[in-house]
Structure formats: structure tokens, C-alpha cells
Design a protein around this ligand. Sequence first.
Ligand code: 13P
Ligand code: SF4
Length: 398
Amino acid sequence: MVSWYPLIHYRSTTESFKIISSLNESGFSFLMTRSVLFWVSKHGWIPMSHGNYCHIWQILRKFQSISHSLNHYNPKFYRFMLVQQSSALKEEILRLKKEKDVVILAHNYQVPDVQDVADFTGDSLGLSRQAATVPQKTILFCGVNFMAETAAIISPEKKVLLPDLEAGCSLADSITIDELKNWKKQHPNAIAVGYVNTTAEIKSELDYCCTSSNAVNVVKSIPADKEILFLPDMFLGSYVAKMTGRKNIHIWAGECHVHAGITPDDVTKKLNSMNNTELVIHPECGCTTPFMYDVADGSFDNNKVSILSTEGMLNHVSKSKSKNFVVATETGILYKMRKDNPDKKFIAASEKAECQYMKMITLQNVHDALVNEKNVVTVPKEIADKARVAIDRMLAIS
Ligand code: 13P
Ligand code: SF4
């Protein structure tokens, strides 16, 4: 058994020896010199007292939690330790996923460290497609609950893990099953089209599911004389209505708190801060509608505004000849944009646009979910079987 003495000292060598000799029988100490850290990062394991060994990330995690209370706190060293910690954790995750034959899928809004350990990153549609086709029997989903539920519905024979089950979505929460049933009762002949950002229960009441990348095409595939109920995002709904020219579409007044918070004023300020700038907007944004009308009436250069899903944005900025971009969506996407396009400049329309649900997934809980294969997302069979019809229709339309 490893015995812990919960204190790691960063002191001079002489001082450290004094500390070691003052420790009691059950304690241990570890000399944090740069050469030791180098050895540790190469080999991973460090010797402890009583002939036991402990993996470096365990030590570093302990260090992280207590370092703020150390008298001799050294910020430069602390930062160095955190980098060491995340690379040790990443290595361990990569080893575990291979050993256990688990595929890691991560949404484009995930923190950089989590994107780095993923086998696939993408938008909701791309990740759903991956979930349906990957050969692995276990999927570790780094995203939010509705995404993991969608994977579990598409592949009922697979085990789907979500590192933090509390990772929800304010947009998915903006309609309840009773509200949807009542709405449908008021429009008995309407076709219900719902965004993938909904719970499995809501999906089981839909005729079609869609994502931001295929919402327009899904609606176009429905006969023009059919009334449509579009839910739950009002900004995506008005974008779809505008793009399809459809008048018989009823739109639910739901929104995502992150995207609704990006205002036209935020965007205009950022556009004015750089020359020759392109604007890419996610259709869930509160600013989509005003910009869409500006584009339509010619008051904004049509070529310089694109309304796209997260993966659509990534593809667009890589292909575009422009060098400067204002990005109106959750800020997590900037990591991949910058990594894929080091010669281009990307700025967030609003630095406040952070989804706290997406950010609940960390390297640590990804690791823990892999080790314990815990946090399994399941959907009751009767709900999954009904929801799969709408999801399969979504997957069939690009
Ligand atoms: P995408 O489907 O564009 O990745 O968007 C998902 C989402 O949750 C946006 O907030
Ligand atoms: Fe949901 Fe908005 Fe977060 Fe996307 S960004 S997961 S829509 S709360």
C-alpha cells in the first residue's frame, strides 16, 4: 500500500534534507529538482518510501491541490508542474484507451487538452456519424449529455461514457416533454423538426432531427405544403425560415445562453478592430438574425459573412484566402482554428462566450472515466427506438 504524507516541498537541497529527516515513519518526501522532474517525465514512475512506486500524475495532482498553501509558492515552478501534470495524464489516457480499445470523441468546444487526446473532434453531426461507424465497443464522449445520449441511441450495442454526467445544455433544457406534446396537439398535422440539442425523450416525439450543419436541408426535404414545428432554438429557426423562404414554420422560443449572449454590438466592435476581416457566425447566436438581414439587404459585404456549424466554420476558415477572422461562437473552437491555420488571425466575437457545461470535461475526469468505465449513458429502449427514427433521418441528410 502506498502511504501518503500530503506535503510536497519545493526547497533547496539542504533544506529538503532537513525536512526529510524531520518526517515521521509513515511520511515520504520527494525532491523536486529539475533533473528529477526530467527523469520522472521520461519514466513516469517515481520511487517512494517503503519500496513502493507511485505514478507521477498522482504526485502532481496532490501537489496542485496543496501548492497554494505552501509558504514558498513559486508561480513559475507551479506552471511548469501543471504542464508536467497534463502531459503525464495525456500519456496515461492514450495508453489506457489503447489498452481498453476505447474511442474518444470530442466536440470542437472542448478544452485543448481534451481535444488533444481525442481520436476524432467535430461538430454534433460529424460526431454522431463517427459514433455510428467506429469499430470500438466503448465510446468515451467528451461533450454534453445530449451528444452522449445520441451516440447511445445510434449504437445501442456500445457502451457510451460521459466523463461528467452533469454536463448538460441550456438549449436542450428550454423545452419539456409536456410542452412539446401540447404544442403538437395545437398543430396536429404539423411535422416536428428538432435540433439535436434536445433530450432523448424530446427526440422520441420528433419526426426529424437536425443539426446546425443540415437544418436547412432537412427542412427543404419536407413537402412545402406541410406545416412545421421547429424547436427549440429560435435563432436557428429564424435562420432556417429565412434560408428556405418557408412561411408555414412555427418556431419555439428557446435559446442557448452562450450564443444568445453574443450581441451584434460585440461583433461590430471586433469587426472594427481589424482590417479586411471575415465574420463566421454560428446559427444559434443572438446576432445571427440582424447580420443575416444586413447580408440580405446588401448593407454588409455578402462574401465576408458566413453562418455555419462549428465544423463548417473550421473548414471554411482553412479554405478562405482571408487572413483575419471574427468568430461568433463558443471560444473553445479557437484552439483548432489557430492550430490548423498558424498564419491566420482569429479573435472571439465575445471572450465571455464559454459554455460551462462543455468545460466540465477535464483531462482528470476523462482519465477517471477510462479507468473505472463509469458514468455510462443509457437511454430506455422504448424511447431510444422512437428517437432513432428521427436521428436516422438526420444522418441521411447532409
Ligand atoms: P455544432 O453542431 O455546430 O457543433 O453545435 C453544437 C452546439 O452545441 C452548439 O452550441
Ligand atoms: Fe448547449 Fe449552448 Fe453549451 Fe452548445 S454552447 S452545449 S447549445 S449550452
